[in-house]
Write a protein that binds this ligand. Structure first.
Ligand code: ADP
Ligand code: MG
Ligand code: MG
Ligand code: MG
Ligand code: MG
Length: 638
């Protein structure tokens, strides 16, 4: 989340009346930014990561691990320090010495950390990333109590199961109305509970999340979850579970917190200009699925082993605010559009750029967009693809409106634009510059799951940055596939052990230097093929591979030996994840559970197993326990 607006968020029945107004001003704000910033050139290739952590409270005596509500308290302390340093710097004119910035997230137990300032564009800087991430862990650790720790995995295994929260609370909150999650898991800033409440209100029911259960040898078939309080009767929505929302053979979840309470790793990259940002957006969108499969760290939900390894679909369903009409369950009468996807999901349209590789047939989803907004943008000199992108984002309603912030000067504020933009949670995000700022056009890469160790988080960050640098340096790389194929890839990437068991659609030849030849293969429809993660990442006889492209890029520039050696450890790690010589955190966690003496092979991750798992992950995270099978450190020369 960016900076939080302060004030009074409106409940849905009031907010919905202002949606049109917010959209109208949001579009004017975008037009101002576009006019002022579209010609920016030569911005530096700054970039930064975001890591989300969960604060855990460990009760060693009773062998229990719980999510701690003190995350919010810790965050306040971190931000006080941050503000003091910024104050000091502005008074003295010195450069602020910030090693990290701390931001709130949806979960009260969550903390998001970024570097104190973006990393610079040199390759040598890439060797500072892991140290900065370690520093972040140290900074938080200093403020923690002895029994507390921070953990970085996609989904917390026990979220919504048993007494997973410290201090404990009953699930009976007005905002989520969840059968499992108390509202106390939500960050106390009013923005977050309003988001949860307004999504539920807009949708007309609680959100419905069903992840397939991992059928172990003793898991009943069909699996009907005995832990769901089907007969609770506090809120009208309580009956939804019994009336079909909770699917057999699935892990049912019913609140925004199950999704936005997950952690992730995001990378924001500045491009030299808007065109290059558009190129990065399109090209990075197509590699997101395979990268997500390598990074999988979410195999357990609400105390059960799932048949998926990633959090993506959980979040998608957790914030799905579409009404029954929008979901196509009823004919349109009150609502404007039938909308195929949740506002959290894959992108629906490529942006195109001046590289000459985009073709209209790649945007093969019937795009839902606001015709009036589209026309207004086009009549203000916005090109077709950009106008489609923005008018597509703007089919959504603003979810949280602060009464005090309604009245904005559209020439200097981007609040209304960001309101819609930042609640379209997609696999890549096109980030226009804030008005009147030195910041340029950026793209955010969002599908990665967070990793247990700084080494792994640094490796994925550095690899992503190098891939983006290669894309910018070698203008002839072309990774376009049709959007519908990207969607299929993302679903495949989600499944258990996707990295080993799935194939992904990818362009047969991504070194598209010969555009005429490309055209020829396109015409017989054979330019997209299915490949394993290993083939895509490491290459094969028929395919160059992403790792070799990154290496070609590194070979093409001057890199000091020591820098290259360090970067090579990260590349080896990515290579190892793709070829299966090292496992994902999801596979590691699943294996830990299934090897635990208390596991009954019934898919249930008990509190006892959860405790041992959290302790083990914590030790790995702190470097106190070696897990070469996960990180590759200690094998293959790392
Ligand atoms: P959001 O949550 O909206 O994605 P954050 O502010 O939490 O945004 O994180 C943005 C990331 O972008 C951070 O890692 C930050 O270091 C990085 N960043 C900041 N300025 C720039 C810039 N000019 N170019 C690229 N990255 C930047
Ligand atoms: Mg975040
Ligand atoms: Mg952030
Ligand atoms: Mg964010
Ligand atoms: Mg982000």
């Amino acid at each position: 989340m960016g900076l939080l607006s302060l004030g009074t968020p409106l409940p849905w029945d009031q907010a919905k009346l202002l949606a049109r107004e917010v959209r109208k001003h949001g579009i004017e704000q975008f037009l101002h930014i576009w006019r002022n910033m579209k010609d920016r050139q030569k911005d530096r290739l700054l970039w930064g990561d975001e890591i989300e952590y969960m604060l855990i409270s460990l009760d060693h005596k009773n062998r229990r691990a719980r999510l701690s509500q003190r995350g919010h308290e810790l965050l306040s302390q971190l931000q006080i320090e941050e503000n003091e340093k910024l104050d000091h710097a502005s008074r003295t004119g010195e450069k602020p010495e910030l090693e990290a910035l701390w931001r709130p997230e949806f979960g009260r137990y969550m903390i998001e950390g970024t570097p104190g300032q973006p990393y610079n564009s040199t390759v040598a800087e890439l060797t500072n990333v892991e140290a900065n991430m370690k520093k972040r862990r140290d900074i938080v650790t200093r403020l923690m109590r002895d029994n507390e720790t921070i953990l970085a995995v996609g989904s917390y295994p026990e979220l919504g199961s048993g007494d997973f929260l410290e201090p404990p609370h009953k699930a009976n909150g007005e905002f989520s109305r969840s059968l499992f999650l108390p509202d106390e898991v939500i960050n106390p800033h009013p923005r977050f509970r309003t988001l949860a409440g307004n999504i539920r209100e807009r949708r007309g029911s609680k959100v419905t999340i069903n992840m397939p259960i991992f059928h172990d040898v003793n898991t009943p078939r069909p699996f009907i979850d005995p832990t769901i309080p089907y007969e609770r009767n506090i809120f009208p929505g309580d009956k939804e579970a019994k009336e079909g929302a909770a699917l057999p053979d699935h892990i049912y979840m019913d609140a925004m917190g199950f999704g936005m309470g997950c952690c992730c790793l995001q990378i924001t990259l500045q491009a030299p200009n808007v065109n290059q940002a558009r190129r990065l957006y399109d090209q990075l969108a197509t590699v997101g699925a395979v990268m997500m499969s390598l990074s999988a760290s979410s195999p357990i939900f609400r105390g059960y082993l799932a048949d998926v390894d990633c959090r993506w679909n959980v979040i998608s369903a957790a914030v799905d605010d579409r009404t029954p009409e929008e979901r196509g369950l009823r004919p349109l009468s009150k609502d404007r559009f039938a909308i195929p996807k949740s506002r959290y999901g894959t992108i629906d349209t490529f942006l195109g750029s001046d590289d000459g590789y985009f073709k209209p047939e790649y945007n093969d989803l019937p795009l839902v967009y606001d015709e009036e907004i589209y026309q207004h943008l086009v009549s203000n000199d916005i090109d077709d693809l950009m106008a489609k992108h923005i008018s597509h984002l703007f089919i959504r309603d603003p979810l949280v409106i602060f009464e005090e912030l309604l009245d904005q000067d559209d020439a200097v504020s981007a609040d209304h634009f960001e309101n819609i933009q930042s609640t379209n949670w997609q696999n890549v995000r096109f980030k226009p510059p804030p008005p009147n700022s030195p910041i340029g056009w950026r793209v955010e890469f969002r599908p990665l799951e967070v990793q247990v160790t700084e080494f792994e988080n640094a490796a994925f960050s550095v690899f992503t940055v190098l891939l983006a640098r290669a894309l910018l340096a070698f203008g002839d790389i072309n990774m376009y596939i049709p959007i519908t194929k990207m969607d299929i890839n993302m679903q495949r990437a989600h499944s258990r052990d996707a990295v080993l068991r799935e194939k992904f659609y990818f362009r047969r030849n991504i070194l598209g230097d010969d555009k005429a030849a490309e055209q020829a293969t396109d015409d017989d429809g054979s330019d997209v093929v299915e490949m394993s993660a290993n083939e895509i990442v490491n290459g094969s006889l028929d395919f160059v591979g992403l790792v070799p492209i990154v290496q070609m890029y590194l070979d093409s520039i001057e890199v000091e030996d020591s820098v290259r050696a360090k970067i090579d450890t990260y590349i080896d790690f990515v290579r190892g994840r793709a070829d299966g010589s090292i496992v994902t955190a999801a596979a590691w966690m699943r294996n830990f559970v299934r090897s635990h003496p208390a596991y009954k092979f019934d898919s249930v991750v008990s509190s006892e197993i959860n405790y041992d798992l959290v302790v083990a992950l914590d030790e790995i995270g702190k470097g106190k326990r070696n897990a070469p099978e996960l990180t590759g450190i200690g094998v293959s020369g790392l």
